[in-house]
Design a protein around this ligand. Structure first.
Ligand code: ARG
Length: 467
């Protein structure tokens, strides 16, 4: 304007700088969810068909109208699936986009579909159906990942490697046993997924806006038609609840944390310094400047995806934490978090399954590393307890002196001459060397759940039967 002030008619002075037009455009932009909730089109249509069918069955709408509605919805489904559907932001969300198109296709009858329902129970239904399918997909993907680990564990039930605590060599273990640790972790993730499916397996449709409805609907009928165990029991809770989404995100966060620890191990193991595994070309990349390099990018990205998933969990917990019952529009922000986390989790599980199946395990390097760092020191102490009758604390002390001696001579425990060992404790005999090898060390650890190959095979059989 000539006097230098801004024209406040077309854009707000305080916050309208970005917008060419007035607040309507801003309202539309902040309000619309079609950009992301179009992902729910198939669930929305399934839900509407079940609802219309129930309305007709209960005599709330006529059979003719129901037929028109169902036919129109099926047409819309194929339009969307074939990319011949124009989504409109003015129509805000997937529910209204579909309903508007239905009206264009079948006329007045379309207006009867929304009888005895609200977008509040509709969105709760669509989203639940979507999360349920995603959980089922996750369950199957975890089963594949577990199968990949079981195969590697079987192949390497006897291969020795150093076991670590504090990332310092601790005691020899078998690579099969290490693989089975991941089977346990992903097995727990999968059982969390199964529980979550059980928790969410209730149908929200029919809760209406929040109070239920005066129409004689049959919620058991729609629940059954949509594959739910039963309808939800409290209409207020039904439209307020996003626990199913938060549960999905927490499971994804825990599983992502497991995947990230695995990714970290693969990054470490595939360094030339460790050399325990070699990733296949399919799951690594080269460097544009250093020709010798083979980078574990896929593992690194899996490690990073965990950050995104954790972010989504915290975001949705924060969105929900201050909301009064029942529905508030804040809840519209639930979907992007779940969609993004689901995509990240799927990619991460798939990439890890591929990496685990494809990687080459260097058993020679693992074995050499397993024997270094005095990894059988505990076996020497245990031998002193068993064969020489020493209390464990004394045996620990004697072994410590043997390690110090070996260190000063620059050799392994098994390379110390018997005479040297006997200067530390005269009860030591030549038999002690039997327990100082890494193979003897792992074979001796037969306690339930221990690293002995015989135990690892039992764990594998247990999981094969379960998987
Ligand atoms: N797009 C909305 C969402 O995702 C649908 C529900 C809208 N309900 C309402 N009362 N405005 O949450």
């Amino acid at each position: 304007m000539a006097d230098g002030t801004k024209d406040t008619k077309s854009s707000n002075q305080m916050w309208g700088g970005r917008f060419a037009s007035g607040p309507d455009a801003i309202m539309e932009e902040i309000n619309a969810s079609i950009g992301f909730d179009k992902k729910l089109f198939a669930q929305d249509i399934r839900g509407s068909i079940a609802h219309a069918t129930m309305l007709a069955h209960q005599g709330i709408i006529s059979a003719e109208d129901k037929d028109k509605i169902v036919h129109g919805l099926s047409t819309i489904l194929s339009e969307i699936e074939s990319g011949n559907f124009e989504f409109s932001r003015q129509l805000e969300d997937i529910h209204m986009n579909i309903e508007a198109r239905l009206a264009a296709l079948i006329g007045q009858a379309a207006g009867r579909l929304h009888t005895a329902r609200s977008r509040n129970d509709q969105v709760a239904l669509d989203f639940r159906l979507w999360v349920k399918e995603e959980l089922q997909k996750t369950e199957a993907m975890l089963t594949n990942l577990i199968a990949a680990f079981l195969d590697r564990a079987e192949e390497h039930a006897e291969s020795v490697m150093p076991g670590f605590t504090h990332l310092q060599t601790a005691q020899p273990v078998t690579f099969g046993h290490h693989c089975m640790a991941y089977v346990e972790m992903f097995g727990r993730d999968r059982s969390r997924v199964r529980h979550a499916i059980e928790h969410l397996d209730e149908s929200p449709i029919g809760a209406a806006a929040l109070a239920g409805t005066g129409y004689p609907i049959d919620r058991h009928m729609t629940a059954k038609a949509l594959g739910f165990r039963e309808p939800t029991r409290n209409s207020i809770d039904t439209v307020s609840d996003r626990d199913f989404a938060i549960e999905f995100l927490s499971i994804a966060a825990i599983c992502g944390m497991h995947l990230s620890r695995l990714a970290e191990e693969i990054v470490i193991w595939s360094t030339p310094q460790f050399g325990f595994v070699r990733l296949s070309d399919a799951f690594s990349t080269g460097s544009s400047i250093m020709p010798q390099k083979k980078n574990p990018d896929a593992a690194e990205l899996v490690r990073a995806k965990t950050g995104r998933i954790n972010g989504s969990l915290i975001a949705l917990l924060t969105i929900m934490k201050g909301l009064p019952l029942a529905y508030s529009k804040d809840m519209q922000e639930d979907k992007e978090q779940v969609f993004d986390a689901a995509e990240s989790l799927e990619l991460a599980i798939a990439a890890m399954t591929g990496m685990v199946r494809d990687m080459t395990v260097n058993t020679e390097r693992m074995k050499a590393a397993a024997g270094s760092g005095y990894s059988t020191a505990t076996d020497l102490a245990d031998w002193l307890v068993r064969e020489a009758g020493l209390p464990f604390r004394d045996a620990h002390h004697v072994t410590g002196r043997a390690v110090a001696l070996a260190e000063s001579k620059g050799c392994d425990l098994a390379e110390l001459p018997l005479a040297d060992l006997q200067t530390i404790n005269p009860a030591i005999t030549g038999k002690v060397y039997d327990v100082l090898t890494v193979e003897a060390s792992v074979a001796s650890r037969k306690s339930f759940g221990g690293t002995a190959p015989s135990e690892v095979r039992k764990q594998i059989a247990f999981w094969r039967a379960r998987n």
